[in-house]
Design a protein around this ligand. Sequence first.
Ligand code: ADP
Ligand code: MG
Length: 548
Amino acid sequence: ARSDGDEEQVSGAEVIAQALKTQDVEYMFGIVGIPVTEIAVAAQRMGVRYVGMRNEQAACYAASAIGYLTGRPGVCLVVSGPGLIHALGGMANANMNCWPLIVIGGSSERSQETMGAFQEFPQAVRSSIYGRPGACYVDIPADFVNLQVNVNSVRYMECCMPPPVSMAETSAICMAATVIRNAKKPLLIIGKGAAYAHAEEGIRKLVERCKLPFLPTPMGKGVIPDNHPNCVAAARSRALQFADVIVLFGARLNWILHFGLPPRYQPDVKFIQVDICAEELGNNVKPAVTLLGDINAVTKQLLEQFDKTPWQYPPESSWWKTLREKMKSNEAASKELASQKSLPMNYYTVFYHVQEQLPRDCFVVSEGANTMDIGRTVLQNYLPRHRLDAGTFGTMGVGLGFAIAAAILAKARNTGQRVICVEGDSAFGFSGMEVETICRYNLPIILLVVNNNGIYQGFDVDSWKEMLKFGDATAVAPPVCLLPNSHYEQVMTAFGGKGYFVQTPEELQKSLRESLADTTAPSLINIMIEPQATRKAQDFHWLTHSKI
Ligand code: ADP
Ligand code: MG
């Protein structure tokens, strides 16, 4: 603001920044340029934390992760045209994940009739967090940013209230309780909607009071700790396939849950769906009961029912026996693979060593194909909202943005929590230059690049060279191949962080120990694994309905 005679003036940029501040926006990620630079400068001056990134897509991923982790939207600031186009990836990903996000784009100049643009912020904040959360876009005309107006002529709307809490119909709650009581093979599925709703306390009570088996979805991990005795994650396929009653707490019946259809499920399985979004209810299946409302509130309603008439699922049932046996055999199979001494290492060996040293309260960020899928089964989560991954959209390139968001949050909250980002080598490539962002803000993120020289699978150096004898790489290299033996750790050392190239379990253990001990600096551990390594045999092919 500057004084112009008696009238104190503010710029459009300052008005925008103040409007955001009034809406409790605490974090802004973006890349500046004409006409939005002034907005970032003004926002930072008003106490909004500004994180400058290297690609709008990663900035947008980071802003949406802040929305998921805090329940208030993060802002992504971009220039018009290409900046906005890059941000579209992040907006789509946020929408698919149901995460709140506000993207602010600077557009070309317009007439001054658009002066009310900042009024859009309360609306943007509200529509990003009310109902099913998602992405919003606010377009700011260029001339508005540098416009000077009398400070007294600006009115800021009050901060928008947290979303109103809705509860399910009482009759539906009674019906749901009855269906659960009559279940022979019950299963609770805990999704990232439950994590977002902060429903951890209620859901845990329900699990423990009724002694029910539960299965977290990838980002539902940690709502109840993975090592809880009722967690049947290690018998996932079996639990889904034979359950007769399934309660879905904020998890959609999409590809991640195999659409809720046979052969992955019993044809007559009874679904009880808990969701805040009415349109979601009845997707792909005809549910036995639908509970429309906030998961936290609905869980409390269910608990009241079981308080009135206590009930427990018998711990000695054959269902529990089936699940326990399957868990045991699956865990033994993974351990067996992990203990293999051959080099290069396989996925299981890598993840077992990582799990051994993983701090309990860390954030785990992960993306890749096998890297993410196998990593998820071995790496444990103990806290809600501490796992971020490729998500509903299966987006590659989210990892570094998510890791930056989590690390910025841990820093702001002074929790000392570490962020471990487990990346496939291909996934790392999508946003690799954000390593510079990590080093610039000195975020003590540990990046693990699980390197198999390719997408799904790759070649070792010798086979690669051999192959090139038969022609140019564009003619002979399988499309899944990436350059073998790439030294991704040097991307980190280029910016002053620590880099490790590891080929053995001992080197992995040592580099991880050193990285964890250094609480101030980022590091990247490039872990060479067998280029042809795969998952252990699965009962079902992941993306299809068919048995293999
Ligand atoms: P996952 O990938 O873990 O299975 P999904 O993203 O498929 O999770 O499902 C999350 C669901 O949670 C969405 O359908 C969303 O509408 C819902 N949801 C988000 N927040 C809440 C809330 N506070 N109460 C109830 N449902 C919610
Ligand atoms: Mg790979």
